[in-house]
Design a protein around this ligand. Sequence first.
Ligand SMILES: [Zn+2]
Ligand SMILES: [Zn+2]
Length: 207
Amino acid sequence: MKTNELIHEDFKRCVDFHGHICGGLAIGYRAAQEGLLWLKEHRALDEELVTIVENDACGVDAVQVLTGCTFGKGNFIYRDYGKMAFTFFSRKTGKGVRMAPVDRGFAPDPEQKALFEKVRSNTATDEDRKTLSELGRKKAEAILESPLEKLFKITPAQVPIPEKARIHPSILCDRCHEPTMETRLENIDGQKICRGCQEQGAQHLNN
Ligand SMILES: [Zn+2]
Ligand SMILES: [Zn+2]
């Protein structure tokens, strides 16, 4: 087992990558650390490690740092389920583990939420920012020290083996004329339109 100091050395790498300390980052860190351990113990840890995240919040940064899985490598899959859940598995066997949160204990409390809002609306003072970062640090520490079963429900997972990302040829969008992957263009009134242009079209309609 790792010593506390080493755990914190790893965590520091996550903080450097993420830009601040917060509870979400600590959750992702614990999940990735335990997920990797589980895979090792079950002899499922190989170079073809794949991660599925079910949210795109702070924690996924720690997961990328610890697992080395990234969007660019195609072994980091995002599913927009709005859950702080993480699945780690081997692409070769599909065998792995899913870590799902047991409650909302690590979510920001009202004081943190109020401060986040101030930062978002650009009304936070230096003092507010300091308080927020202090609260984030405390939350992270509590999570780092919490027994695992208070954080996650851990279940073995058998994941259908995902296809490796395919590269399709690009052709020009008929509206913006930017090269776009063929499979992402939609035929609208005889024109091939990219998703960016489709969204802009939708915005025009809404305004
Ligand atoms: Zn964060
Ligand atoms: Zn376009």
